[in-house]
Write a protein that binds this ligand. Sequence first.
Ligand code: PEP
Length: 246
Amino acid sequence: MTNKYMYFIANWKMFGDLRTLNSLDSVIKFSKNNKISKFRIIYCPPSTLIRPLSKRLKKTNLEVGAQNCHESENYGAFTGHVNSKMLKNVGAKYVILGHSENRQSGETDKLINLKIKSAIKSNLKVIFCIGETLSEKRKKLTNKVLAKQINNGLSSIKDTSDIIIAYEPVWSIGTGLIPKSKDLLNSISYIKSKFRRKVPKVLYGGSVNNKNITELKDINIIDGFLIGGASQNSKKFIDIIKKTFN
Ligand code: PEP
């Protein structure tokens, strides 16, 4: 496709245990034997695995991220939550925020904005997820929804240069469906056009697999992929990376 620098971010969601980490040995080997300057691999496991994974990846080119955080970077009486400072402390360098699975369970743009600010304060890089639902797409509201999520989610954040945006249409997550190339190109261009100066990296996420990657890789303004299901299978994950550069 291209020899630009691409992101491959694995979102393991609520899957994986200590034994699962052994499956990453092949990805570590693959990354060592390849021109890692061309791509960046980031694993976002459940928070129970951040510490063991970051230890395991210490002398490798792979990095670790978290899947969410509390909006307060201070400690407090918030049973069941972890904050950005705690994630940083156990080795996370990134955090996914605004994922539609969390938006669907009540996260608002305002809350996501607070979480992003807290993550930045803790020196975590943010992977900010945005995307329209199927009914919004059918009503031709995609750009309107994206603009609202960007404006509200990044409200009063001056330096957005370190933020990675993941465009994930809600209807494509876990469904096997991906947008038509023309629509995807339009959405990614639209997202980039919302930034005047430093345009952030914009990834695509939603049912990326080792078959449809051959189509997705041709949209050369995409800066990488956020991969859910297929990232849990190291063979498929490696295949996706290889095919992106073929
Ligand atoms: C995700 O949940 O971020 C995602 C992209 O999932 P999947 O690849 O399984 O659609």
